[in-house]
Structure formats: structure tokens, C-alpha cells
Design a protein around this ligand. Structure first.
Ligand SMILES: *[C@@H]1O[C@H](CO)[C@@H](O)[C@H](O)[C@H]1NC(C)=O
Length: 345
């Protein structure tokens, strides 16, 4: 092969290479162009969505809280709260009962039992129910029924968040918002679940006791060393990426906790500094800790019983403040028994 031939062969080779490069370049250019067109369209779509959003809801688009947090704080609004409680009255004690919108049976039972004790040891006591928006296919009908129910009793406080078990923390926080706004002049509140028997006279007696603090006071069944549960199959599972500490700060169990009414506004000041987890009572413990506060044990361990052995004796019923029950009928019969004065211990 002569030198000239090698030269030609090389030229052909380089020409081929250049063509291949050109093709590759055009391909890349094409891909980039398509990508940009796609991006642009997507942006337009998002813009359209954003423009449409005010039609469906007036809220701006919020960040998704993820599985372990709840959407709080947000500017939720009360869509029902025409109660005279704390507006025209100054109760000593406000009973706050979080309840599912559909659970009218529990509300009616409470209205007939411990929720109907209005003057206890000379102290005015009032009962309110707190709920969010009903969900599901019949939400509108449910809402209509709630309005009727409230017309009759004027004891429903409803906020416009979506009511669900996973949203309990939101319910607690909007409850505190309501109390901070309206009940700062009242003395104490108890947040109490709808399946609990409440012994109102025993509670008032405790609150009137001169040893009971009038401020920064929170009591109930206090968990001092509640572990953060790391089993992914547990209902209260919490990964260490969300909470690194092995334990929650101390907090009273959600079944029933008592607060002096200076606390709601203080907790609301702390709340924006701590991302709200879905475990409402533990979250309150985190807020208390941020405030440098701690709950107080009740004077007797017989006062708050989360996991009792049924049936309860007349003696334990006479000492209890709050105890879990298994049904509405059990709660009713315990309440009737707890009113009888002849308890023997
Ligand atoms: C909790 O409430 C927020 C606000 O209404 C809502 O966006 C969210 O879907 C609710 N979450 C659940 C699990 O119901």
C-alpha cells in the first residue's frame, strides 16, 4: 500500500467519524429540544392548574405533610361555633369532646350523662363537641344533619379540616385555638374522648383543691417514659428519621387530659416551632417540653384509668375521674352507678 492510499483511507475513515458525530449531535439536540418542549408544556399545565385552583378551593397549594405529620398549622376556619359557651358565660370547667361527625349516638349519650352536669360543687361546667368536616359520599347530608343537631343543642364546634383518625392532631390544635380565643377567662378544660366515663364531681374537687396549680397545669394519665415505637407494623410507628430520640417527652394520654386555660395560647406559640406529628398527645408533650413545662401526676393513680378491668367496682367508680369504657351502654350504666352515694371501699 502506498502512502497516498493510506492517506485516502484515513480521509474516508475521518469522514465517516465526522458523519457519525454529526448524527449523534443532531440526536442529542433533538432530545434536548423535546425535553424543553415537554418541560414547557408541563409548566403551562401547572399554571393552568394553579389558575383553576381558586375555583375549587380558595387555599393556596400546600406542601404534602407526608405520612407521619399532619397539615398543621394552616389557616383552618370554624364553620360552626354558635355556642354561647365562654362567649356569654364564664364556666369554671369546659369539657371538650373530640368526636367523629357521624357519632351522634355518643354525643347524645354524653348529653344525657356526664355532659349534662352543669353546676357541680357550685361551679359552672359546660360541654362542647369538636369535629372537622365529614368525608365520604354522603358528606353533604351528614353536614346538613350536623346543622340540625347544632340548632337543637348549640354545642358543636366545627372546623373546616377533613375529619379523620389520622388528623386527630389537627382536631386538638384547632380545639386549643378555639379555647385560646374564647375561654381564656375560664379556669380549666378537660379534653376527653367520647368513650370515656367522666366523674365530673371528682374532677371539680381536684381542680378546687388548693394544691392544684392554677397555671401551667396539665394532668391525666401521664406517660413519663413513652418509647418512640420503631416497629413498622405498629399503628404508632415512627421512623428515627422523623423522631431521632428513643422516647417522647412526658405527656398525659389522649383519653383525658386536664389543662389550666392559660396553656392553650402558650402551646399555640410553641406549635409552629415543632412539626406536628399525627400522635396528638405525644405532640402536646413535645410542645410542653419546648415551653420548658412538664405535666403533673394526679394525686391518686386511681383517678385516670386507661386500661381497666371491667366491671369496675363501686369503690373504684367512686374514686375515678376518667376511665375507658367499651360501649356507650357500659358508660351509661357506670355513670348511673357513680352517682349513687353508697360506694363502699
Ligand atoms: C387532613 O386534613 C387536611 C386538611 O383538611 C386534608 O388535606 C387531609 O387530606 C386530611 N388527611 C386525612 C388523612 O384525612
Amino acid at each position: 500500500m502506498g502512502l497516498a492510499q493510506v492517506g485516502i483511507a484515513l480521509k474516508v475513515l475521518m469522514e465517516k467519524k465526522r458523519r457519525r458525530l454529526k448524527r449523534t449531535f443532531i440526536c442529542i439536540l433533538g432530545a434536548v429540544a423535546i425535553f424543553f418542549i415537554y418541560l414547557n408544556c408541563n409548566q403551562k399545565l401547572n399554571l393552568d392548574r394553579a389558575n383553576l385552583a381558586p375555583l375549587s378551593s380558595e387555599k393556596p397549594q400546600w406542601e404534602d405533610p407526608g405520612p407521619y405529620h399532619v397539615a398543621y398549622p394552616r389557616n383552618y376556619k370554624f364553620i360552626m361555633d354558635d355556642t354561647p359557651t365562654c362567649k356569654n358565660t364564664t364556666p369554671f370547667l369546659v369539657l371538650m369532646v373530640p368526636v367523629a361527625p357521624s357519632d351522634v349516638a355518643a354525643r347524645d349519650t354524653i348529653r344525657k350523662t356526664w355532659g349534662n352536669e352543669k353546676l357541680v360543687l357550685g361551679q359552672p361546667v359546660e360541654t362542647l363537641f369538636i369535629l372537622g368536616r365529614p368525608g365520604g359520599a354522603d358528606a353533604e347530608q351528614q353536614q346538613e344533619k350536623l346543622k340540625q343537631e347544632n340548632l337543637q343543642h348549640h354545642d358543636l364546634i366545627q372546623s373546616n379540616f377533613q375529619d379523620s383518625y389520622r388528623n386527630l392532631t389537627i382536631k386538638t390544635m384547632v380545639m386549643l385555638e378555639w379555647l385560646a380565643t374564647h375561654c381564656a377567662e375560664a379556669s380549666y378544660t378537660i379534653k376527653i374522648d367520647s368513650d370515656i366515663l367522666l366523674h365530673v364531681p371528682n374532677l371539680v374537687k381536684l381542680l378546687l383543691d388548693h394544691r392544684t396549680a392554677k397555671q401551667n397545669y396539665m394532668t391525666g394519665c401521664v406517660w413519663w417514659n413513652s418509647p418512640v415505637l420503631r416497629n413498622p407494623f405498629n399503628k404508632f410507628y415512627m421512623p428515627s428519621s422523623v423522631i431521632a430520640e428513643p422516647q417522647y417527652p412526658p405527656y398525659p394520654l389522649g383519653m383525658a387530659y386536664v389543662m389550666s386555660l392559660d396553656l392553650p395560647s402558650k402551646i399555640l406559640v410553641a406549635a409552629p416551632h415543632i412539626k406536628a406529628i399525627f400522635i396528638e398527645d405525644a405532640y402536646l408533650g413535645m410542645c410542653l417540653k419546648h415551653l420548658g413545662l412538664s405535666p403533673t401526676n394526679p394525686p391518686e393513680s386511681t383517678m385516670f384509668i386507661v386500661d381497666p378491668t371491667h366491671p369496675l367496682s363501686s369503690c373504684s367508680l367512686s374514686k375515678v375521674i376518667a376511665v375507658t369504657t367499651t360501649s356507650i351502654s357500659q358508660m351509661t350504666s357506670y355513670w348511673e352507678r357513680s352517682r349513687q352515694p353508697d360506694a363502699k371501699c
